[in-house]
Design a protein. Structure first.
Length: 299
């Protein structure tokens, strides 16, 4: 999913429509940060609490760019949603993205390299049209922000790539992936994200999504999943257990590293104690953990 315009910080710093001086901070859990904590509690701390900077990658930029083009495509009338239009949207979307994040332009040494990368990104958009016909779809929403508070007080927050509602009322959640379809272990991780969105939508709207669809553009494959109430109830308890573990770590600052093969891809390896580094001093939890999800101090 695109991350450039989203915040996965534990608090929501600026709710829309509220004066900045009066805006309460609310603790919340997103699918990305829940996955981070499951993978490595120290990774969660560095991203969500310390908010240490990370070096952007071409893969991340490609994902953000493809999401942006597809969102723009669905803003157009159905008859204009074709391959040529998607290709025409690519360059303007890239210009807008680099205007917002100039550091992305530094990923390329020159125009020829950038042109080749944009061409390969365009091939992913071509692949999208092999998976579905956007002229036959009228989404209810694209890049839908969803937020809900569970009975426990835990706030779930995230962005859904696309929400489709059939004439008969069935709800489908769609997520675009610019990588390849996962093997079994990574498939569970991908479904974790979609179950998160399904639960958030169910609890906020009272509608149980009938289908979760992940579209893997790199190899032109789709992964479909049908959730049920019992499963989402169990998943809700899983999220609450993760959240309680996060709060315990937040009270003490004890976010322990969990070394794995993924450490080789982590920007924080130089400051990770598991690899001989020294973590920066713990800045403290951003809000009283005894009151998860409740208004607290203002920004």
């Amino acid at each position: 999913m695109a991350q450039s315009a989203r915040s996965d910080h534990p608090t929501d710093p600026h709710p829309a429509g509220q004066p900045q001086q009066d805006r309460p901070r609310r603790l919340a859990l997103s699918p990305s940060r829940a996955s981070d904590f499951k993978q490595c509690p120290l990774l969660y701390r560095f991203r969500a609490v310390d908010r240490l900077p990370e070096t952007p990658t071409r893969a991340q930029a490609r994902g953000t760019l493809v999401h942006s083009v597809l969102e723009r495509l669905f803003e157009l009338p159905a008859e204009r949603r074709d391959r040529d239009t998607a290709a025409e949207l690519l360059a303007p979307a890239w210009r807008e993205l680099t205007a917002e994040q100039p550091e992305l332009a530094e990923l390329f040494s020159g125009e020829p390299e950038l042109d080749d990368w944009l061409k390969s990104t365009g091939e992913l958009l071509e692949a999208y049209f092999e998976l579905e016909d956007p002229q036959r779809i009228e989404p209810e929403a694209c890049e839908q922000r969803v937020e809900t508070e569970l009975d426990s007080g835990l706030v779930l927050r995230g962005f859904i790539d696309r929400v489709d509602v059939a004439p008969t009322g069935e709800v489908r959640l769609v997520d675009y992936k610019t990588g390849s379809a996962p093997r079994q272990l990574n498939e569970a991780k991908a479904l974790f994200q979609m179950k998160f969105y399904a639960l958030a939508l169910w609890r906020s709207r009272g509608e149980l999504p009938s289908r979760l669809l992940l579209m893997y553009l790199a190899d032109r494959q789709s992964l479909a999943y049908t959730p049920d109430e019992a499963e989402l109830n169990r998943f809700e308890r899983t999220l609450e257990a993760i959240w309680q573990a996060i709060l315990r770590a937040g009270r003490t600052g004890d976010f322990r590293p969990s070394p794995s093969r993924l450490c080789g891809f982590c920007d924080f390896k130089p400051v990770c104690p598991a690899h001989g580094g020294t973590a920066p001093p713990y800045p403290g939890w951003p809000e009283a953990p005894e009151n998860p999800g409740l208004p607290s101090t203002t920004d």
